[in-house]
Design a protein around this ligand. Structure first.
Ligand code: AMP
Ligand code: ZN
Length: 656
């Protein structure tokens, strides 16, 4: 084999590993998926042609053979568990006790307590040689073939000595949800998903779960000295590992304040607490270990977000698109400070796949604001089979008795013109602030509008007379006038808000804006073809088809609305403002509503994004900003406070 081919292969491997690190570890891709795939294919064929495959080649992450069993692996240094604190009081006492033993200032670090499976990876001479579970702390199971399939784990690192690094194998919530959307055997929860994938004899199973490992400790190192946790994290980062380190301080009150700021619901992975560690290694050595845990670290435990309960009944709800969603009534249970009585089951398919029956005990996960979700059935609880009953699939619409159809995994009622909950939902969405912004349309109003005045489509709102409105309960002179004015005012809606208001399936605020920008008028959008729609970034097959179908079905509605004077056109983006074409992300709690701020920025030519990506320009931060701010800093983005933003908007308003 020629040296040239060897060199080419080596270069490709290095390049691809660099790109994969940017993508999987840094969350900041540097090439498109397509470019990556092209290079990858090139590598595959070169490797095949020359029979030369580097150990660290990305092609070697594919899985390999199914193992017969796990062999034991002895860790170079023993792995310990963590002591716990259940209150801030206990945490402070723990810290004070340590401080009292030393003359000098003691620093503590703060990290997430990731809820996954503890893993320990050994690298020798820059290569991953073994990966093992914690086991009993001294000996674990060798799971190297499994770990090699995880794309964020480096196979080759710059450090050439011997090092054993420790981290947590996790399944992110997004990976968990997307896996469960199609899986024949859905997973019960992300922790089981991760543990089961790693302790599976078939590495292909591990690969299919899209795991991650977040590293937080150097368990053993030869040929390099590390003096603190801070340095450990830096070492890990420099050696291409994925890490999260949050905070460091010698003031335990500051650590407590930082813990209070953690927004569990905004993280894409489960944590069951926070870990506080003494930063300096020499202090750690003096403190030593008990039988089970180090004396220099402790876990501040959070309340559980997951529990189990029993399904009592299932109710089906019809949404504005006609979709029927099952909502389970469960035996009330306490979960992170609230009593949970209801939880969502997503769809009928989900019920079948998760083998959920009336009377089943199920895992429930709560995150703030949204309805808790049912993750899966507790299998060991099938002892009482007799009391279990299947959950009936509705044959007709539960709201209007119309026939139902399957679209994908969901059931839909097609009677969009007369099915009450669909009409209510559509009108409420149409009138909402982010859409036509018609003040005064509450759920109570739309029910009356439909029942008393037969308003079952958007245009009928614009036919309403003062006399009509006066028969609605609670509407008197002043309120009637205000309502009439609000309806009139809504006719001058802007195109993005109008497209959003129409309630096209799978088209939300962001897509509505993209469409408005591309087409500039509703007439142009109305005539769009699927092929053309697909050429717009971020618009896929499902969305494109939904749009085309919507305008086929609703051509007349659009005409009627036009007759009422609703036909907005997209103004050219304002140029020459500090916001022209600026990609902006809002995060943290802001003093005005996000929608309002977003609107102002968009009117000035800015583009509001929902997540920080590599093409974000500015991140506007309110109080208690979390992961988005962290990411903005990591990517070196411009960060602007709300005050600064207000000043910018004010000066522009004046010169306008
Ligand atoms: P426990 O299983 O509750 O005794 O907690 C100890 C486990 O927490 C360790 O074995 C690790 O798997 C896990 N863990 C998660 N995050 C961290 C972290 N940042 N530092 C140390 N251990 C962690
Ligand atoms: Zn219906």
């Amino acid at each position: 084999m020629s040296d040239i081919a060897k060199k080419k292969i080596t270069e490709l491997v290095e390049k691809l590993n660099k790109y994969a690190h940017a993508y999987y570890v840094m969350d900041a891709p540097v090439v498109s998926d397509k470019e990556f795939d092209t290079l990858y294919d090139e590598l595959v064929s070169l490797e095949k042609e020359h029979g030369f495959v580097l150990q660290e080649s990305p092609t070697q992450r594919v899985g390999g053979e199914i193992l017969k069993g796990f062999s034991p692996h002895k860790h170079l240094s023993r792995l310990y568990s963590l002591d716990k604190c259940n209150s801030f009081e206990e945490l402070k006492e723990w810290a004070e006790k340590i401080k009292s033993k030393f003359e000098k200032e003691i620093f503590f670090t703060l990290e997430h307590k990731l809820d996954g499976i503890n893993l320990c990876l050994t690298y020798v001479d820059g290569h991953l040689v073994t990966a093992a579970t914690r086991g009993n702390g001294e000996t674990g199971e060798n799971v190297t073939s499994q770990i090699r399939t995880i794309p964020s784990v480096p196979i080759k690192i710059p450090f050439k000595g011997t090092v054993e690094v420790q981290g947590e194998g996790i399944m992110t919530l997004s990976a968990f949800r997307s896996y469960n959307e199609t899986a024949k055997e859905p997973l019960k929860n992300p922790r089981n998903g991760a543990a089961g994938a790693i302790r599976n004899l078939d590495p292909l199973v591990t690969k299919s779960r899209n795991l991650d490992i977040i590293f937080y400790n150097i368990n053993h190192i030869e040929g390099f000295e590390i003096f603190s946790q801070e340095e450990s994290i830096k070492f890990l980062k420099d050696n291409l590992f994925k890490t999260y380190s949050l905070f460091r301080s010698s003031n335990i009150d500051e650590i407590v304040a930082e813990i209070e700021k953690v927004k569990r619901d905004e993280l894409d992975f489960e944590i069951d607490g926070m870990v506080v560690k003494v930063d300096e290694n020499s202090i750690r050595e003096e403190l030593g270990h008990t039988d089970k845990f180090p004396r220099w670290a402790t876990a501040f435990k959070f309340e559980a977000q997951e529990t189990t309960s029993v399904i009592l009944d299932v109710e089906w709800n019809v949404g504005r698109t006609g979709k029927l969603t099952p909502l389970a009534h469960i035996e009330p249970v306490e979960l992170s400070g609230a009593t949970v009585k209801r939880a969502t089951l997503n769809n009928y398919d989900d019920i079948l796949r998760k083998k959920i029956l009336l009377g089943s005990r199920v895992f429930i996960r709560r995150s703030n604001d949204v309805i808790p979700e049912i993750l899966g059935a507790v299998e060991d609880d099938r002892s009482d089979e007799k009391t279990l009953k299947t959950i009936e699939k509705p044959m007709l619409c539960v709201a209007c008795n119309a026939e139902l159809v399957h679209k994908g995994v969901h059931l839909f009622c097609l009677n969009s013109e007369f099915c009450p909950p669909q009409i209510y939902g559509k009108l409420i969405h149409f009138a909402s602030k982010e859409c036509m912004d018609i003040e005064g349309i509450s759920e109570k109003t739309v029910i009356q509008l439909f029942k008393k005045l037969k308003v079952n489509s958007f245009d009928k709102l614009y036919d309403l007379t003062v006399l009509d409105i006066s028969i609605l309960e609670g509407f008197k002179d002043k309120k009637i006038n205000k309502f009439v004015e609000a309806i009139e005012k809504s006719k001058s809606v802007q195109l993005p808000q109008y497209i959003n208001a129409l309630g096209i399936d799978n088209v939300g605020r962001k897509t509505a804006r993209d469409l408005a920008e591309y087409y500039s008028s509703i007439d142009a959008l109305k005539n769009a073809t699927t092929v053309e729609l697909l050429s717009i970034p971020n618009i896929g097959e499902i969305v494109a088809v939904s749009i085309v179908e919507f305008f086929q079905k609703n051509a007349e509605l659009i005409e009627r609305l036009k007759k009422h004077g609703i036909n907005p056109e997209m103004k050219k983006r304002r140029e020459g403002t500090p916001f022209s074409d600026l990609r902006v992300v809002l995060t943290g709690s802001l003093s005005q509503s996000r929608t309002l701020i977003a609107k102002q920025i968009e009117e000035l030519g800015g583009i509001v994004q929902s997540a920080v990506t590599k093409d974000t320009d500015v991140v506007i931060v309110g109080e208690n900003a979390g992961s988005k701010l962290e990411k903005a800093r990591k990517l070196g983005k411009r960060v602007v406070s709300e005050d600064e933003l207000e000043n910018m908007l004010k000066t522009l308003g004046k010169t306008d």
